[in-house]
Design a protein around this ligand. Structure first.
Ligand code: PBG
Length: 347
């Protein structure tokens, strides 16, 4: 009761004013002021759309764990590329989903000069010549065990040097089909240098290398492996890429990989995944003057969609914030399954 009396006996207070010369909120008062002081933005020019291609004539098949992403036959892939180009997306990264009957331990289907991905590249370059076409250099779509390379004699690990020889030849085949960038995603030691040497020797001095320089051994690749059918384990052994992809705990090792790839001749460096590795994107940005790409991978896309489906997150706002964060961290380019949606929203 004493307390109550004290309150009602208080004099009416004067309007409260802090003596504050610095008020950061001044610049946030109106939308126009906020627009003027915004420090970074995502534009369609920064985006690279990953696309999945399959054999045959079947209609687009949605990937269960990646809503809005489809496995496209070559004709539908070409259509999608035209649409992306019209929306202002300048680049696509193509991934083949092979008929399992074509796979073996050595990934020999990759040697086929008329194989799916090479036909897809030729069709896209013919239809939309200016679109930058990027292909993955790794054997996982072609191998029964799902590893990015060929195995050693004991069959218990990927054989680095034998794999590098295969990848260098693979990159030359892709260059001959007309790709703009080859993108080694395998994390073998020495592959960027070997690919550069092979491309130059074959006369493809203008084919660039977008190197997956800093690729972590991440759980976020799960939906992608469903999409291309590379999640199978050989026998009963679980697929682990820990002997070649980076340990997610390692920041110094990540930087060392980026420095090595730059020295071996990578034109663009990449960090992958993106969202959980923003510190690494910033580290590489500060250490190298090369253009830097980041890959917002399948699991990052799936997470946002899953939460939005449950009504727990707003899809568009979370999507845009996730991409802005990657740019702010220092990426120039972003591979993202949201490329088309964002380009459309910006158009
Ligand atoms: C394989 C490759 C992977 C991705 C791109 N290339 C997966 C893996 O290493 O198993 C992942 C992309 C994604 O998750 O969106 N060379």
């Amino acid at each position: 009761m004493a307390c109550f009396k004290w309150v009602i006996n208080m004099p009416t207070p004067a309007p409260f004013k802090l003596d504050l010369p610095v008020r950061p909120r001044r610049l946030r008062r109106t939308a126009a002021r906020r627009d003027l002081v915004r420090e970074c933005a995502v534009s369609a020019d920064d985006l690279i759309a990953p696309l999945f291609v399959v054999e045959g004539k079947a209609p687009p098949e949605e990937i269960a764990s990646m809503p809005g992403q489809f496995r496209l036959n070559v004709a539908d892939l070409v259509k999608e590329c035209r649409t992306l180009w019209k929306l202002g997306v300048k680049a696509v990264a193509l991934f083949p989903k092979l008929d399992p009957a074509l796979k073996d331990a050595e990934g020999t289907e990759e040697l086929n000069e008329d194989g799916l991905i090479l036909r897809a590249v030729r069709a896209v370059k013919k239809a939309v010549p200016e679109l930058v076409v990027i292909t993955d250099v790794a054997l996982d779509p072609y191998t029964t065990h799902g590893h990015d390379g060929v195995l050693n004699a004991a069959g218990d690990d990927v054989d680095n040097d034998r794999t590098v020889a295969r990848l260098a030849a693979m990159a030359v085949r892709q260059a001959r089909a007309g790709v703009d960038f080859v993108a080694p995603s395998d994390m073998m030691d020495g592959r960027v240098g070997a690919i550069r040497t092979a491309l130059d020797a074959a006369g493809f001095t203008e084919t660039a290398i977008l190197a997956y320089s800093v690729k972590f051994n991440s759980a976020y690749y799960g939906p992608f492996r469903d999409a291309v059918g590379s999640s199978q384990a050989a026998g009963t052994k679980l697929l682990s890429k820990a002997t070649y992809q980076l340990d997610p705990a390692n920041r110094r090792a990540a930087l060392a990989e980026a420095v090595l790839d730059a020295a071996e001749g990578a034109d663009i460096l990449m960090v992958k995944p993106a969202g959980a590795y923003l510190d690494i994107i910033r580290d590489v940005r500060e250490r190298s003057d090369k253009p830097l790409a980041a890959y917002q991978v399948s699991g990052e896309y799936a997470q946002i969609h899953a939460a939005a489906r449950l009504g727990w997150l707003n899809l568009e706002r979370t999507r845009d914030e996730s991409l802005l964060a990657i740019k702010r961290a220092g990426a120039d380019l972003i591979l993202t399954y949201f490329a088309k949606d964002v380009a459309r929203a910006l158009a």
